[in-house]
Design a protein around this ligand. Sequence first.
Ligand code: RFL
Length: 403
Amino acid sequence: MTVEAGELGEPSESTTVVVIGAGPAGLTVANLLRRSGVDCVVLERRSREYVAQRQRAGIVETRAVRMFDSWGLADRALGGIPYDGILEIRVDGETHLVTDSDGSEGPQARLCPQQVLVQKLTAAYLDDGGDLRFEAADVSLHDLTGDRPTARYRTADGTLRTIACTFVAGCDGDHGVSRTAVPDGVLSAHAFDHGIGWLTVLADAPPPAHPLLAVSPQGFAAHFPRGPHSSRYYLQCPPDDDPGAWPDPRVWDALRTRLGDPALASGPITDRETFRLRSLVHDPMHYGRLFLVGDAAHIVSPMGGKGMNLALYDADVFARAVRSFVHDNDDTGLRTYSQRCLRRVWNDQEFSHWLTRTLHDAGDATDAGPFQRSLARARLDRLFTSPAAGGAFAELMTGLDPA
Ligand code: RFL
């Protein structure tokens, strides 16, 4: 990276890729570029402590584990607790075990909470000498359609800095600045509101034997491991319900009823929020020399656990494309980036939508009606009885499907 005097008097620097955002997408891009011998600078709005504790996803799918493995990063990037690839779907209290493994050779999915992945990717990047700047305020992007875009930001002490680059990786999530730097009308937004709300609760309570999804007459519920002594729970609720309407006793009562487990152990609740299930895709995923990666380009309903895994997929495709451009002067990967990523995005949106409808319509708590309810139950029945349907489900869960 070079440093020179800026035209406005502020320090001016130069690098190959400026990465906006240090979530799973940005940190993966940064680590893969570093391993490719491509220099980059990561600008993150929040502090290191804030980013390191943000809890969301919990499973790194098989495809993503193998992606890290192929870069020699699996041991350094992934932590968490062992996962035997078995998922429980409990229908009206009756257990059905389905496998999240397609039987192929190689490393399998890992139960790795998102914050553990973020902590490990941060440490790996910094230990390798990576340039990661936390508390970068007022980030703005300029000249994205020219040969030399720039990113401006303000340091914690108020100094204005400018970085010139060859490419910008917009990894700053759905509410970041990267996508808003694209002029109106360039991207098409395809949005879908599932009309479903979820209450999500994090608690210091024993994890389930297997990740658990439950259908009941009272609605959907789920219980996921987040550590040896912590769990995340989900409860279907009216869209835009108030978390304050869910005091602890109501949460544990609802979980015991919907999970069909009167003896479910409780524990202190450490986090509680409600949100609407929604899906969103922006097409194309680039503008000039800006490439949108992860949630900056698409949101997937959490059902099926694909959001973070798609972010990791985009990051891999982008890093390989930049590597080919920088080392082999081959821009094919950059030209086809959006098309290639969107194929997997729509594949995973379809899977997530299918699973969302199946598990919410099969209970009685939605207004889907008896016809949709019976269709959802028929889908579940097929999943539990047909090896071919079970195989297709496992292929989608692992992310090893051909999309
Ligand atoms: P992130 O994680 O939002 O990171 C974006 C980063 O950019 C920073 N940033 C900025 N930096 C500089 N300047 C600005 N102006 C900036 N604006 C923002 C932010 O501080 C942040 O550090 O996006 P990324 O990297 O694309 O990762 C995407 C994943 O976080 C997301 O898809 C998943 O969390 C979705 N998700 C799940 N995905 C799964 O694969 N499996 C799951 O089980 C799963 N569960 C979930 C989820 C999302 C949830 N929420 C948020 C509704 C459960 C929940 C409750």
